[in-house]
Write a protein that binds this ligand. Structure first.
Ligand code: ZN
Length: 330
């Protein structure tokens, strides 16, 4: 399996939380009263983002970030994932004096430790945040990404409160990202409509996490299909933060047959109570995908990854043998 859409801070396990509380000197009782998981109600993005407050308190020093990243890659491997691109916002880990470079180095160290033990491959995508538009932090994230590109970092992302901070506020930041020749993704089309997805396409996003409100406009949907720009979807959790689409189930199989490219990921394992294999299993059991179609989708996901051609071919060769067994086991 391939996992292209998972956030570190939204995917701390219960055991991670306890261990990280200890590392940070936070009393267990104190942290466990915080809400880490939500039920499947629909929320606006600002409400959804409240769920990150507690985990972010736990990612403020080098040891915590190393452990959290190590644990996430270990759990992904255990779940059957062989390549993952994990999103992480280093600017959220600087309150106690870490620089963004130090935070990223810690995450890379944790990822590499898990790689050494399990063989899982991975990269980090560094998130710029929409609600930080006024300050230097997003610019610093771009600089950090430039220094670590190809050394554990594969891209940058724009994430956060799309409702109150539309793409138009970030044109200068995107221009800087392009100037630095960094591949980038833009979270779009959750709380804002298809025009936000259209804008992300126009700006040059290589992939669009969520983007499901493109379904409200055939022109935008066809643009995604024709330009082969993938969405990053979580079949079980996708509608949680989209309160404007009048759908209860995504027409995923129909979209697949129309040629829309999309990846399948867990996004925030803890916050939405899911794991990667559960998201793939939903394709088979809830969305009518055949096993052959899921294999085809996984191979297409490798093409969507921020890897060079030789790495993609090597990864396909490495997982091909186990794909059938994995898909059958879902
Ligand atoms: Zn996301």
């Amino acid at each position: 399996m391939i996992e292209l859409n998972v956030h570190l801070d939204g995917s701390l396990s219960h055991d991670d939380v306890l261990r990280l509380a200890k590392i940070n000197g936070i009393p267990e009782g104190d942290i466990l009263t915080s809400r880490f998981s939500m039920s499947q109600e629909r929320l606006t993005i600002p409400d959804f983002l409240q769920y990150f407050n507690a985990p972010l308190r736990l990612l403020e020093n080098r040891d915590s970030i190393i452990y959290a990243t190590y644990s996430l890659f270990q759990r992904l491997h255990q779940d059957g994932v062989r390549y993952a691109e994990v999103r992480f916002a280093p600017q959220q880990s600087t309150d106690d004096g870490l620089t963004q470079d130090q935070a990223v180095q810690a995450a890379i160290d944790g990822m590499n430790a898990a790689k050494a033990e399990t063989g899982i491959q991975g990269n980090l995508i560094l998130c710029c945040l929409r609600h930080r538009k006024e300050d230097q932090l997003n610019i610093d994230t771009v600089s950090t990404a430039t220094r670590f590109l190809g050394k554990g970092v594969c891209a940058v992302d724009l994430a956060g409160d799309e409702l109150n901070h539309p793409n138009s506020e970030f044109y200068e930041l995107i221009a800087l990202i392009k100037q630095c020749a960094l591949p980038f993704t833009i979270h779009a089309g959750e709380n804002r409509g298809p025009e936000s997805v259209h804008d992300a396409i126009r700006l040059g996003a290589k992939r669009i996490p969520h983007g499901i409100r493109a379904l409200e406009d055939d022109i935008v949907l066809n643009e995604l299909i024709n330009k082969k720009i993938p969405l990053e979807l979580s079949p079980c959790a996708e509608l949680v933060t989209c309160n404007s689409l009048s759908l209860n189930v995504l027409p995923l199989h129909d979209l697949y047959q129309k040629g829309l490219l999309f990846s399948v990921g867990s996004h925030n394992m803890t916050i939405t109570n899911t794991i990667t294999s559960q998201e793939y299993a939903a394709l088979k059991h809830n969305y009518g995908f055949s096993e052959e179609e899921i294999i085809d989708l996984i191979l297409k996901e490798i093409d969507m990854a921020f890897l060079d051609e030789a790495e993609k071919i090597a990864l396909k060769g490495r997982i091909k043998r186990d794909l059938k067994t994995f898909v059958r086991s879902l």
